[in-house]
Write a protein that binds this ligand. Structure first.
Ligand code: ASP
Length: 600
């Protein structure tokens, strides 16, 4: 039976006790992680948020405390009052932070009994994630999850302190709102008072933060939930948290100068020193050198364009392809990595079968592989290849003796993507990635629009409120696909952790961009009329960024799943296994919302 807390007052956290408390009488409260009865003396490892401390119940100290300890089982909630004693040298537990002391119980109260937990509350559990999510409150008790939650809190606090120091106001924006275009599907909420009408949950507070600039608030930030109804991938959640930022009168540099020190402060929480300034790459360079718009710079293995070399090598490798505009791109596997011939054949097969680049539309073509050795060069010569060009290929890619050069040839975007994915695979496989490194970079110079083949029209690469680069404005009329955006992404270890832009602050320019996006004036008015109107009342030039809080914390915590850093996350299919949502609702509720016809 559970006992009342009564007059007991906790004096310390379990995990906080140490030698400096020896001799003090303390009251600790927590969960029984383990209970061992060693011939009449009962040891309880008591666990709370801050750690574990051993309590010991001896009948000669207190018969009642000993009897209570005897009842304790795993995960019972227990209060222990007793004296902190130093452990003898041979009983010190080096695995516990509090391992040099123990609390000798004078009183033990069982505050709550517990069913046997569904899985052990410890870090190394191999329990299926579905079970962990169903019993999330047990899962969150695990020290690793407690650490992750603390880190998340610390990051959020640091952000708030920093932003406050920089003169930003935290302003809340509506959750029940109108659709915001971030390129995903909206979550809709039916209106009870206006049947047939729906609120949309914000994909981001984009328009509101811009309106706050029109309102003269000058500097806004918000740690805010965003909702996007997408098919979830492992690195996405239907609701996620952004550090959303907007400021008036900024240049791109103003945003950069705000964000870099923010990351510097946040990373210091885990003792990581961030090198500044962050390197910058243009979108085109990033694609060409790393085959990705979010390159992982924790290892080198750059991609080199070897189109000219492949065209003049004298080997009939995809004849005609290069003439038709294909590009040849190479990566080099270092000799030391000793990739076997069999593995190389397998890699080739994977590329061929589309396992490396499942989305590429282009036909899969095996890679050309070249091991830098006298034998291969001799064989190449036999096949009629130019030794000079082959040497030039080595020089250009920086390949040394016994390295292996892998060359992919395909349409420019397909080969960039394929080689980018291959680079990542090989970097991981060959353990070239420095797992302790935190490498930031900015990617800039994105195109304003991308051509959507399916819809046969332009779409915004970021969102439609992004301003074009000034000198590219004339191209809006002649070659919109060439217009660059005043947009920037911030990338950490191959993961996009933020993105933003300088915005359009002129309603005529905004209307023009809507038009290029094939939004009819009626549609633009219907969806964004309020915003276009606001722009006409004196809009300061403005811009901002949004940083993905979940992803940042995930990387800092050394986790690979967002679910590890969100208290109550959803599964890949968007369900919450603990509450069982989404769930059916009563017919009556549907009727009230106008989703079912009213019964006559
Ligand atoms: N609203 C944008 C996003 O959520 C970020 C920004 O442009 O500030 O991606």
């Amino acid at each position: 039976m559970a006992e009342a807390l009564g007059g007991l007052v906790r004096t310390h956290y379990c995990g906080e006790l140490g030698e400096k408390h020896v001799g003090e009488t303390v009251t600790i409260m927590g969960w029984a992680a383990t209970r061992r009865d060693l011939g009449g003396v009962i040891f309880i490892d008591l666990r709370d948020r801050e750690g574990i401390c051993q309590a010991v119940a001896r009948p000669e100290v207190s018969r009642e405390a000993h009897a209570a300890a005897d009842r304790v089982r795993s995960e019972y909630v227990v209060a222990v009052v007793g004296e902190v004693r130093a452990r003898s040298a041979e009983t010190v537990n080096p695995n516990l932070d509090t391992g040099t002391v123990e609390v000798v119980a004078r009183e033990i109260r069982v505050l709550s009994e517990a069913k046997t937990p569904v899985f052990p509350i410890e870090d190394e559990v191999d329990t299926h994630e579905e079970i962990r999510l169903k019993y999330r409150y047990l899962d969150l008790r695990r020290p690793r999850m407690q650490r992750n939650m603390r880190l998340r809190h610390q990051v959020a606090m640091e952000v708030r302190k920093y932003m406050d120091g920089q003169g930003f106001y935290e302003v809340e924006t509506p959750i029940l709102t109108k659709s915001t275009p971030e390129g995903a599907r909206d979550y809709l909420v039916p209106s009870r008072l206006h049947h047939g009408h729906f609120y949309a949950l914000p994909q981001s507070p984009q328009l509101f933060k811009q309106l706050l600039m029109v309102s003269g608030l000058d500097r806004y930030f918000q740690i805010v939930r965003c909702f996007r109804d997408e098919d979830n991938r492992s690195d996405r959640q239907p609701e996620f948290t952004q550090v959303d930022v907007e400021m008036s009168f900024p240049r791109v540099e103003t945003v950069v100068d705000l964000v870099e020190p923010l990351f510097e402060r946040v990373m210091a929480i885990i003792g990581v020193h961030v090198e500044r300034p962050f390197p910058r790459l243009s979108y085109a360079e990033a694609l060409e050198r790393y085959g990705s718009d979010k390159p992982d710079l924790r290892f080198a293995m750059p991609i080199t364009d070897v189109t000219d070399e492949m065209a003049s090598l004298g080997l009939a490798n995809y004849p005609g392809l290069i003439e038709k505009g294909a590009r040849a791109r190479a990566i080099v596997l270092p000799a030391a990595s000793a990739v076997s011939g069999m593995r190389l054949r397998k890699i080739n097969e994977e590329v061929w079968l589309g396992r490396i680049v499942p989305d590429a539309r282009a036909e899969k073509r095996p890679l050309f592989t070249l091991k830098v050795s006298d034998e291969t060069f001799a064989k190449l010569a036999e096949k009629g290849a130019s030794a000079e060009v082959a040497l030039g290929l080595c020089a250009k890619t920086g390949a040394a003796k016994d390295d292996t050069i892998l060359v992919g040839t395909d349409a420019p975007s397909a080969v960039a993507m394929a080689m980018g994915i291959l680079r990542l695979e090989m970097g991981r496989e060959l353990k070239l990635v420095d797992e302790r490194a935190y490498r930031f970079l900015w990617v800039t110079g994105f195109p304003l629009f991308e051509w959507d083949r399916e819809l046969g029209r332009f779409a915004s690469l970021h969102h439609p409120f992004t301003a074009p680069v000034d000198e590219d404005v004339p191209l809006l009329a002649t070659d919109p696909g060439k217009v660059r955006a005043k947009a920037y992404d911030v990338v950490l270890n191959g993961c996009e952790v933020g993105g933003g832009s300088i915005r359009i602050h002129d309603s005529a320019m905004q209307a023009r961009v809507f038009e290029l996006l094939s939004l009819s004036p009626e549609e633009a008015r219907e969806r964004f009329g309020f915003f276009l109107e606001a722009l006409q009342y004196g809009t300061p030039p403005h811009g901002g960024i949004a940083l993905g809080l979940d992803r940042i914390v995930m990387i800092m915590a050394g986790e690979t799943s967002l679910r590890q850093v969100i208290a109550f996350p959803k599964t890949a299919s968007g369900t919450d296994l603990m509450t069982g949502s989404p769930s059916a609702v009563r017919e009556e509720q549907m009727r009230e919302l106008g989703l079912l016809a009213v019964r006559k």
